[in-house]
Design a protein around this ligand. Structure first.
Ligand SMILES: O=C(CO)[C@@H](O)[C@H](O)COP(=O)(O)O
Length: 217
């Protein structure tokens, strides 16, 4: 099953609860929570307090994407009963294996995110240790950027690696996904689709969620 994870980074923060209610009613599966620290990426978004303010107000699970340095210092903050995934960037982790074990010890699924220029070879000694790999199809830091085409080939290669070594692994894509290119990434093996501006930037947010889900069938 393919899941849609709208990124609340592109939502109207002044009415976040309402926005989340809208996407849930329309059929979205996960809430993608983009956390940025102004160091690992050149932008600051929000922290765990914002995410926790949504806990209990929706039954969707949280898909936490930490674009921060030293993620180990903050992992506990993002654990709630609704946190399904915590994903850290390979590029931000000095002791990646330790960080993945830390996430799992908190009872949460562990993900690794790879920047567009980071090769899949960095997964050589950790592919079996993760529940999800997030392929960044833009440089992290901002919503509303254009999809980087080389991400498609990366997903295809990762899909082959998954089948050989960790069939339960989920492949997520994030950045520049819209109704025109989503089918190409799901055909390539993506099972979790992050969409920010193409959901929350639309006048009809619910309609956009429904159209994405129709593309998954
Ligand atoms: O992590 C990020 C950006 O760093 C993403 O989650 C974006 O927020 C997705 O936004 P769109 O590219 O879909 O507008």
């Amino acid at each position: 099953m393919i899941q849609l994870a709208p990124s609340i980074l592109s939502a109207d923060f002044s009415r976040l609860g309402k926005s989340v209610e809208t996407i849930e009613k329309a059929g979205a599966h996960l809430i993608h929570v983009d956390v940025m620290d102004g160091h690992f990426v050149p932008n600051i978004s929000f922290g765990s307090a914002v995410m926790k303010s949504l806990a209990g107000k929706t039954s969707m699970a949280f898909d936490v994407h930490l674009m921060i340095e030293e993620p180990d210092r903050y992992l506990e903050d993002f654990v709630t009963e609704q946190t399904e995934y915590i994903t850290v960037h390979q590029e931000a982790c000095v002791h990646l294996n330790r960080t993945l074990q830390h996430i799992k010890s908190l009872g949460v699924k562990a993900g690794i995110a790879l920047n567009p220029a980071t090769p899949l070879s960095v997964l050589e000694y950790c592919l079996e240790d993760v529940d999800m790999v997030l392929i960044m199809s833009v440089n992290p830091g901002f919503g509303g950027q254009r999809f980087i085409p080389s991400a498609l080939n990366k997903v295809k290669r990762l899909y082959r690696m998954k089948n050989e070594r960790n069939p339960k692994l989920k492949i997520e894509i994030d950045g520049g996904i819209n109704l025109s290119n989503v089918r190409s990434v799901t055909d390539a093996g993506v099972e979790i689709v992050v969409a920010g501006s193409s959901v929350f930037g639309c006048e009809d947010v619910a309609g956009s969620v429904k159209k994405f889900i129709t593309e998954f069938k």
